[in-house]
Structures are given as structure tokens and as C-alpha cells.
Design a protein around this ligand. Structure first.
Ligand SMILES: [Zn+2]
Length: 173
């Protein structure tokens, strides 16, 4: 059974959420790992190499969001109802992707549009990243929400139970 006790120093919400996570051991609604990497700049595009997933709940759509974090630095998210190859949002491009983007524009002299097609993003993203000076840490995307439910796998039933019991939990997509 879940221990609903409150640890001094933590807010009730944080404490409850953390304790509930520890009780969830079931498999992910996104299937078993490894998940496919959708980094067009990597040599393992489309291959099942992603070992880390974070699952959040979108209050607006009432759907679970999976964020897939590949060791190549590319992090993307999709909803539980999305096709496996759908990218809902790229949360972090990573160094390999950024270097490829810069290489296509600066060395290969691709047009922004051609590079956008090659890397499967919009031209504004290409313009932004082809001009960026990569600094380790600067491009990382980390939100507090992501951290709270890192490296967890569970099934939807457990999640719906968690959410039903914690109506005030709100996790943005
Ligand atoms: Zn990857």
C-alpha cells in the first residue's frame, strides 16, 4: 500500500508524487524499451536504441506523453496515441544533430530549406542552430517536471490511478 505520510520539509504535493512513483513498476504504455531514435543526424535513425523514457500526463488532452531520451543527445516526445515515428516535440537536439546542421549549412552549403528537409525540421530551426556556437549544457532541456519522473516505466492503469488520486497534479506536455 502507498504511504501517504508527509516528510517535513517537502510540500505535500511533491512528497505524494514522489512516493507514488516508487510504487509504479509496471511496463510503459509506450511499449517496452528500447525505443527508436528519430535523430536524422545520427547513424542509428529509426533503430531501437533509446533506453530512457519519461512519462508525463497532459491535463489538457488527458493523454500520456512519452519523452524519449537517446544517448546521442536527441530527446523527443510523442503522445500515447501517436504513431511510433511521430515527433510531437523535439526537446533537445544534442551535439550530433547541431554539428550536422552546422556542417550542412556552413560546409556543404545547403540552403536552409534543403537542410530542413534533410533533418526533418522547419527552416527557422535550421537558421537558429546553424548559427549557434555549441556550448555543452546550453542546449540541454531540463524542466523540474521531467526530473521528478525520470527513468520510470509504468502502465496507463497505474497512471490513471495516480492521477485520479491526485486531482491537483498538473503536468504540462
Ligand atoms: Zn539517437
Amino acid at each position: 500500500m502507498l504511504d501517504m505520510g508527509i516528510t517535513p520539509g517537502l510540500s505535500q504535493r511533491e512528497d505524494t508524487f514522489e512516493r507514488k512513483q516508487l510504487s509504479l513498476h509496471d511496463k510503459s504504455p509506450f511499449g517496452a524499451k528500447p525505443y527508436i531514435c528519430l535523430n536524422k543526424a545520427s547513424n542509428h535513425f529509426g533503430k531501437p536504441v533509446v533506453e530512457e523514457i519519461e512519462i508525463t500526463y497532459c491535463n489538457k488532452t488527458k493523454l500520456l506523453i512519452g519523452t524519449f531520451k537517446c544517448s546521442c543527445g536527441f530527446h523527443y516526445s510523442r503522445r500515447e496515441t501517436d504513431d511510433t515515428y511521430k515527433i510531437r516535440r523535439i526537446k533537445q537536439f544534442g551535439e550530433i544533430w547541431v554539428e550536422r546542421c552546422k556542417y550542412l549549412i556552413n560546409d556543404r552549403k545547403y540552403s536552409y530549406r534543403a537542410a530542413a528537409r534533410e533533418l526533418n525540421v522547419d527552416t527557422n530551426t535550421i537558421i537558429k542552430y546553424s548559427n549557434i556556437r555549441f556550448q555543452v549544457g546550453k542546449l540541454n532541456f531540463h524542466s523540474d517536471v521531467d526530473k521528478t519522473i525520470s527513468k520510470m516505466e509504468t502502465n496507463k492503469k497505474s497512471w490513471l490511478k495516480l492521477i485520479a488520486e491526485n486531482p491537483n497534479i498538473s503536468v504540462p506536455s
